[in-house]
Write a new protein. Structure first.
Length: 199
């Protein structure tokens, strides 16, 4: 855990990283807010999938055309995902039904859970390959029973992510960033410093 703490301490001390977090959560938390989903366009959604805009997730744009090919269905999927009047487990079972195709083809955990994070940044962490491998490296990855479905797994992983956030005084956004950095997954979470001219 020393390596995790070292990255976490650097991240907490980085004002540019904090600024990036605030900008992304403000922009996309509003975009995916339940009251705004009716106005969501394919271009809006695709913009979220680009690392230059989301500042955290570099590979999720790959299925952008597949995910956005039926915007009415995608808007309904996001409406289900962020509907806090329903238990999270029920919502996830609708979108990722056990032994059936996903509600939206091409939209898996690496897209759905970042949406949850930007809309509810104090509640839901990100489950993707880097975060899963990071938890495994830290010996914190939950043991999934043989019959565990998507919702079961996410509920277990989200609890661990929230535990890490509390233990190290991090936001869930920062926990995700530290795990990604730990695994050297994609571009660095640390924003580049402004270039300085030669003296």
């Amino acid at each position: 855990m020393d390596e995790f703490k070292s990255i976490a301490d650097r991240l907490k001390a980085d004002p540019l990283a904090k600024q990036a977090e605030q900008e992304v959560i403000t922009r996309y938390g509003e975009l995916f807010n339940p009251k705004n989903i009716d106005n969501l366009t394919a271009e809006d959604f695709k913009s979220f999938l680009l690392f230059k805009n989301n500042r955290h997730w570099s590979g999720i744009f790959r299925y952008e055309n597949l995910v956005t090919c039926d915007m009415a269905r995608l808007r309904e999927a996001i409406r289900i995902l962020v509907d806090e009047s329903q238990p999270l487990e029920k919502r996830l079972n609708m979108l990722f039904p056990p032994n059936k195709p996903n509600y939206i083809k091409g939209m898996g955990k690496a897209v759905a859970t970042p949406i949850l994070l930007v809309v509810y940044p104090g509640k839901y962490g990100v489950w993707n390959e880097p975060s899963q491998q990071g938890l495994k490296r830290l010996n914190l990855l939950p043991h999934f029973s043989r019959g565990a479905n998507f919702a079961d797994k996410y509920m277990m992983i989200n609890k661990v992510l929230n535990d890490l956030a509390r233990k190290y005084d991090l936001s869930l956004w920062q926990v995700d960033g530290v795990l990604g950095e730990l695994m050297n997954a994609g571009p660095s979470i640390f924003p580049p410093r402004p270039s300085r001219g030669r003296d």
